[in-house]
Design a protein around this ligand. Structure first.
Ligand code: AMP
Ligand code: ZN
Length: 497
């Protein structure tokens, strides 16, 4: 549909690049999943939504995507560094339960949240604890390559050795090793390291550290960065197409993944690095530790103190899609209210087009201008998505199409005036873009049959001039966020905009 190829912004080269997979039509994509020690907040949802949209779009344009998104259930330490408690182990201690109970509880929560927002499940969802053997083998290999060393039962990746081998630790984040060295403070445990920037790929566990396993270096646990290297390359190969995650993971997490992968196999593991920008609240990153996070259920119920009403999952999904994934997105009541209006307008257009059928009429002339505008908007949708997934512009194209949906609905435009081909293009593409690419859904509490029945009653009461009953039926719709559209040529219901 579009003359332009798909371009994606590659963090590695700091530019938009034409996306050419290693072995088309297959695409391998890895996304860092959640650390399951607490409830996912809306910031996390934004990142997963970005890659859900990419997964959907790649599939829509014909690629066969293997999408791997892991569950981090060990090794991610409080503070994101090499020292301290495991995030999951800490919660387990606090609550006096098994670490795996914490993992199960928040994995379930994550799955429930992703389903609510209509995020597609990945093709493979590996866990770090399920890949300890792979991680121990990777540590052994890195030691054998001279790129890692053991110290007091921990094993560290040797950054200086790695760079001496002609590599560039810092190339993804644009950091310069010397600057990094100057910035690094002496922290606990660094006496074990040859260089303060070296990072743990295996950590010695003290007896009170609950999550620990036997290894050639004694009892310990794997490093956070190593798990993603092992799980991505196991399922996608030593080099694969796309690696995604939130912007905050660029350094050190993804930088370390490049170093480990390159050290293990000799090739750069990832061809396109993609980073989703942060969801912010008053300009500050939404995060649990800053105390400014919103949980999905707080939105659905409107119970968060900063919200003055409830918002539905699709309103939130639409709100996030309205900005391109590389821009920051600020979360506020007003922005959500505007998104709610926009979403309702879009879903009404969707419903109209889904139900509308082409009607042949011989004496209707083709409206060339409208026909061309519709075709341009469909093309414009693809062009926007091909321009580094610019969902903001893509949605603007859909709004242009909603205009025609409304004209058809109000009988101001006859489908015959568009010609069968353009009408079918409008209908088919709009529905596909809405459902498959943007992953939006209708939200209504009653089924079509019930609503249809209520409309019949409405007609009967109206004909019998029983206006109290008519009002009752209007109220029934209103309570569900719907309105009755009583038009000259037909009576129907729609979402209240
Ligand atoms: P975590 O469970 O902390 O490892 O985070 C899971 C994913 O959510 C990572 O890709 C993070 O980069 C991402 N993330 C965390 N906070 C935000 C935020 N405020 N906005 C967007 N993404 C975020
Ligand atoms: Zn990761």
């Amino acid at each position: 549909m579009s003359d332009q190829p798909l371009k994606l912004y590659n963090t590695l080269n700091r530019q938009k690049e034409i996306f050419t997979p290693l072995s088309p039509p297959y695409v391998g994509m890895y996304v860092c999943g959640p650390t399951v020690y607490n409830n996912v907040h809306l910031g996390n949802v934004r990142t997963f939504l970005t890659f859900d949209t990419l997964f959907r779009y790649l599939t829509h344009i014909g690629y066969k995507v293997r999408y791997v998104r892991n569950i981090t259930d060990v090794g991610h330490l409080v503070g994101d560094g090499d020292e301290g408690e495991d995030k999951i182990g800490r919660m387990a201690k606090l609550e006096k339960v098994e670490p795996m109970e914490i993992v199960q509880r928040y994995t379930n929560d994550f799955h429930q949240v992703t389903a609510t927002f209509n995020l597609l499940p990945p093709s493979i969802e590996p866990t770090a604890t399920g890949h300890l053997i792979e991680q121990i083998e990777a540590v052994q290999k890195l030691i054998a390559e001279g790129l890692a060393y053991e110290s007091n039962g921990s094993v560290y990746f040797d950054i200086i050795k790695y760079n001496e081998g002609g590599h560039n630790y810092g190339k993804l984040s644009g950091r310069v090793l010397d600057d990094l060295l100057n910035e690094t403070r002496e922290l606990d445990g660094q006496a074990e390291k040859r260089n303060p920037l070296d990072f743990a790929i295996w950590k010695n566990a003290s007896p009170e550290h609950i999550m620990q396993w036997n290894s050639p270096w004694g009892k310990g646990f794997p490093g956070w960065h190593l798990e993603c290297t092992c799980m991505s390359t196991k399922y996608l190969g030593k080099q694969f197409d796309i690696h995604g995650g939130g912007m905050d993971l660029k350094f050190p997490h993804h930088e370390c993944e490049i170093a480990q992968g390159t050290g293990l196999t000799g090739v750069d593991p990832v061809r396109y690095w993609m980073h989703s920008n942060m969801l912010t609240v008053n300009g500050q990153k939404m995060s649990k530790s800053l105390g400014n996070s919103f949980l999905p259920h707080e939105l659905f119920t409107g119970s968060h103190p900063l919200l003055d009403q409830a918002f539905s999952p699709m309103t939130v999904r639409f709100f996030m899609l309205q900005s391109q994934y590389r821009s920051t997105l600020d979360f506020s009541n007003d922005a959500l209210k505007a998104a709610q209006k926009g979403y309702k307008r879009l879903v009404n257009g969707y419903r109209v087009l889904k139900l509308q059928e082409f009607m042949e009429e011989e004496d209707v002339a083709i409206d060339e201008k409208k026909k061309a505008d519709i075709e341009n908007s469909v093309r414009g949708f693809y062009e926007a998505m091909n321009d580094d997934l610019n969902t903001a512009v893509a949605i603007a194209q859909l709004f242009n199409l909603v205009k025609y949906a409304n004209m058809l609905y109000l009988n101001q435009l006859k489908s015959a005036a568009l010609g069968r081909e353009t009408f079918e293009l409008l209908k088919e593409k709009f529905v596909l873009f809405f459902e498959d690419v943007l992953g939006l859904q209708e939200e209504k509490t009653a089924g079509d049959a019930v609503l249809g029945g209520m409309l019949s009653l409405y007609r009967e009461y109206k004909a019998a001039q029983e206006y109290e009953k008519v009002d009752e039926i209007r109220l029934y719709f209103k309570n569900q966020g719907l309105v009755i559209r009583d038009m000259k040529h037909r009576i129907d219901w729609a979402y209240e905009e």
